[in-house]
Write a new protein. Structure first.
Length: 506
């Protein structure tokens, strides 16, 4: 099956590892903390900015589907698998997994195979008449040395649990990154649609302004206007055209961002070309209760697991100050004659006690260092939790106020349209001294249209920020992908290798 495994299955194996280490022979002289949540952080029952379903409902899983963009749904599903930042984070999970295996390996006897062969020549100088005598000796042996440490103080168990918590934190980091990539991808996708809609709006405004320019030129040729009116309207048209070129560039950049986030080289547009407008805001999501951030925010879980990991290393450092009990044995054969080697069975058994007496307080310093790491990570956990709550509160209040701003901008646009109509009629009837009031009204209307569209786009951005801040359980289903280059010792997926070779050829 290769290296593919789900987070849920891995968490189950980690839980079994922690339970097994708790049932090991050792008895730790240190009592680990039971709840790493800082006592100075007390979460309220509800978010102050409110939210629908705050008492009972959980955040929406796969929240990007609420925008009704099928192609976007497919892009997000691709990004959480193919994004190179996420794949690199999975590699860090693999590294943490191997560190855990190294730590737990100390529970097993260390068995080696040893083969020795030697030939020794000795010279003995004696008085005459014996004189100098030379002796030669051969020695052959085959043995299996075995060493084993009795984990009396749970030092190895604490190190193993610390590695298990580190691996959990690494997996939480993957989930955090996946949520960030999903949010960034949705933002880039919406930005493509916004730039397309803005381009369509600017193109329409250019046509309108050109029509006004034709009218002003006509009145000028008939002696009913001035050259100043023509110049001012022409400047208005060129200003809109310059905005249009900038919008085209921004649209291309946003499409490139979408491609990179999905692990592709920027090229053909992933966003369907027939989509030229931002979607309407979906219904507000349930915000749940603040304490659920501990469950649905993987960055909070990661910070919590790192506190627990550091605490286990305190236990390991304290246990290292106590005596170490070691058992060693050797079984094998030894003989000066190679032909008779297996006729001479030998063995040895040894038990040793190693107790540190004087180390210049080195071990005590290590204990204090790890205590300080627990302190640091506890404070970092508190800050992460506060930041999570603040992000939800900020997104809620910003979207609420943005909705009110959009209502005001819609009223402003309506008033600007009425003002433009009135100014145009008065100018055509000769009731205005110049074209300046018409131009001002036209600029006001066009700016109001652009501002309203920008505000609608910003409201969607606040919605994306809210979903990201709330977290969710959809990342539980993420699976570790196969590396693009096979790791030594692992089976090679022939189909994947052929597909990658074909892609590189193209």
């Amino acid at each position: 099956m290769g290296s593919v495994f789900s987070i849920e299955r891995t968490r189950t194996s980690l839980a079994l590892t922690i339970v097994a280490s708790g049932l090991a022979l050792g008895c730790s002289p240190y009592s680990a903390i039971r709840d790493p949540l800082p006592p100075t952080v007390t979460l309220p029952d509800t978010f102050t900015s409110g939210g629908e379903g705050s008492a009972s409902e959980s955040p929406i899983d796969r929240w990007w589907t609420t925008f009704g963009e099928v192609a976007l749904d497919d892009a997000v599903e691709t990004a959480v698998v193919e994004n190179f930042q996420i794949r690199a984070a999975w590699a860090r999970v693999r590294q943490a997994e191997t560190v855990g295996s190294q730590a737990s390996s100390q529970w097993w006897p260390q068995v080696s195979a040893q083969i020795d062969a030697s030939r020794r020549r000795s010279v003995l100088v004696l008085p005459a008449p014996v004189g100098t005598q030379a002796f030669e000796n051969n020695s052959f042996s085959i043995s299996l040395p075995v060493t084993y440490e009795l984990d009396m103080w749970d030092r190895i168990g604490s190190q193993t649990r610390a590695a298990a918590f580190d691996m959990m934190a690494a997996q939480d980091d993957v989930e955090t990154l996946a949520m960030t990539v999903a949010a960034n991808l949705v933002e880039a996708w919406l930005n493509v649609l916004y730039q397309r809609q803005l381009r369509a709006l600017l193109e329409a405004q250019v046509l309108t302004s050109e029509a006004y320019l034709e009218l002003v030129v006509l009145r000028f040729t008939e002696g009913l206007g001035t050259a100043l009116d023509v110049f001012q309207q022409r400047a208005q048209v060129e200003g809109l055209r310059s905005q249009l070129t900038s919008t085209v560039a921004q649209e291309a950049v946003a499409e490139q961002q979408v491609a990179v986030l999905t692990g592709r080289i920027p090229g053909a547009s992933i966003v369907p070309v027939d989509r030229v407008a931002i979607p309407s805001p979906p219904p507000p999501p349930p915000t749940g209760i603040p304490s659920e951030l501990l469950v649905f925010r993987p960055d909070v879980r990661a910070a919590r697991h790192r506190v627990e990991s550091a605490d286990q290393r305190v236990a390991a450092a304290i246990a290292d100050r106590f005596p170490h009990f070691n058992l060693s044995a050797s079984l094998g054969f030894s003989s000066p004659n190679l032909e008779a080697l297996f006729d001479s069975f030998v063995y040895s058994l040894l038990g040793s006690l190693l107790a540190p007496l004087i180390d210049g307080d080195r071990r005590e310093a290590i204990v204090q260092q790890n205590h300080a790491i627990v302190w640091e990570r506890t404070e970092a956990l508190a800050q992460t939790l506060l930041t999570a709550a603040q992000e939800v509160e900020a997104a809620l209040v910003q979207e609420q106020q943005q909705a009110a701003q959009i209502a005001s901008l819609e009223a402003r646009l309506e008033a600007a349209q009425l003002a433009l109509g009135e100014a145009r009629e008065r100018y055509a009837a000769g009731l205005l001294d110049g074209y300046l009031q018409v131009l001002a009204s036209l600029s006001t209307e066009q700016l109001a249209e652009q501002t309203l569209l920008q505000a609608q786009r910003q409201r969607l951005s606040y919605r994306v920020q809210l979903h990201r801040a709330l977290g969710g359980s959809w990342t539980d289903a993420l699976e570790m992908p196969e590396p693009h280059r096979p790791i030594q010792g692992e089976p090679v997926d022939e189909a994947a290798a052929e597909s990658e070779t074909a892609l590189e050829t193209e």
